[in-house]
Ligand binder design. Structure first.
Ligand SMILES: *[C@@H]1O[C@H](CO)[C@@H](O)[C@H](O)[C@H]1NC(C)=O
Ligand SMILES: *[C@@H]1O[C@H](CO)[C@@H](O)[C@H](O)[C@H]1NC(C)=O
Ligand SMILES: *[C@@H]1O[C@H](CO)[C@@H](O)[C@H](O)[C@H]1NC(C)=O
Ligand SMILES: *[C@@H]1O[C@H](CO)[C@@H](O)[C@H](O)[C@H]1NC(C)=O
Length: 208
């Protein structure tokens, strides 16, 4: 059994190192959207933040104005916002490009998944009650989209999986039964883990 565990640890470290080396730490954060400090408290839903969009659907290259607002006495000090596809086309990735107003002092676009401005993150620690920013749709339709965000109040209080309303793909009229909670990332990781344990078991059995 100890031998088996050694194999698991060994293979895990190989897989984990290759993974982090090829993707790099920023991409890891891009995928998980976890705050990058050592947080332990994940605050309960519903999150006191909401999105308002000036359009409900997009065509190639359309610019959508987004207003994000905190409710009541809440405010954010940090955030990461991405545009995810409903069908997880292309795996876990963010689509389109974010841009900010010239006067913006809190948000800035960030490169995620090797795509320019595919996320929006904070670069200062202000107390932010609301912000307006822009999302430009990709030049090709990528299916229905929604904004997915993490909002951080402080080191201990943050909210994940805060979603905007859907931004429908104009070229697709199927708009029912859509799911924002489908986590392609988690599924991919689970599949990879199952495969890894399978291979490890095989290696272990063959050795005996
Ligand atoms: C993260 O926090 C935990 C307690 O919540 C602590 O045990 C651990 O040492 C911390 N890790 C780092 C890298 O600060
Ligand atoms: C939404 O706002 C953007 C940027 O301000 C503008 O270019 C676009 O035409 C607006 N869309 C609609 C449907 O009003
Ligand atoms: C946005 O936040 C500012 C404070 O930063 C506040 O004065 C303003 O009323 C807020 N606007 C809306 C529409 O909530
Ligand atoms: C239209 O959108 C639905 C829901 O996301 C999806 O299941 C379907 O595959 C899409 N159709 C096309 C032609 O992309």
């Amino acid at each position: 059994m100890y031998e088996f565990i050694t194999y698991v640890v060994l293979l895990l470290s190989v897989v984990c190192c290759c993974h982090s080396y090829s993707l790099g730490p920023p991409d890891t954060v891009c995928e998980s959207m976890l705050p990058n400090h050592n947080v332990s408290v994940y605050s309960a839903e519903p999150a006191p933040f909401s999105f308002r969009l000036n359009a409900t659907e997009y065509g190639p290259g359309d610019v959508i104005e987004v207003f994000v607002k905190a409710e009541g006495q809440w405010f954010m000090e940090g955030t990461m916002i991405q545009a995810r596809t409903v069908e997880c086309q292309g795996g876990v990735t963010s689509v389109g490009e974010f841009s900010v107003q010239a006067s913006e002092d809190f948000l800035k676009p960030m490169k995620c998944f090797k795509k320019k401005a595919s996320a929006l993150v904070h670069y200062s620690h202000l107390h932010i009650y609301n912000r307006t920013f822009f999302w430009t749709a990709p030049s090709e339709p990528v299916g229905h989209v929604f904004l997915k965000a993490t909002f951080v109040r402080n080191v201990k209080i943050f909210w994940m999986n805060v979603h905007s309303p859907f931004i429908f793909d104009k070229s697709n009229s199927t708009r029912t039964g859509l799911n924002k909670d489908f986590t392609c990332g988690a599924d991919v990781n689970r599949a990879a883990m199952t495969l890894l344990i399978g291979i490890t078991t095989l290696v272990y059995l063959l050795k005996i």
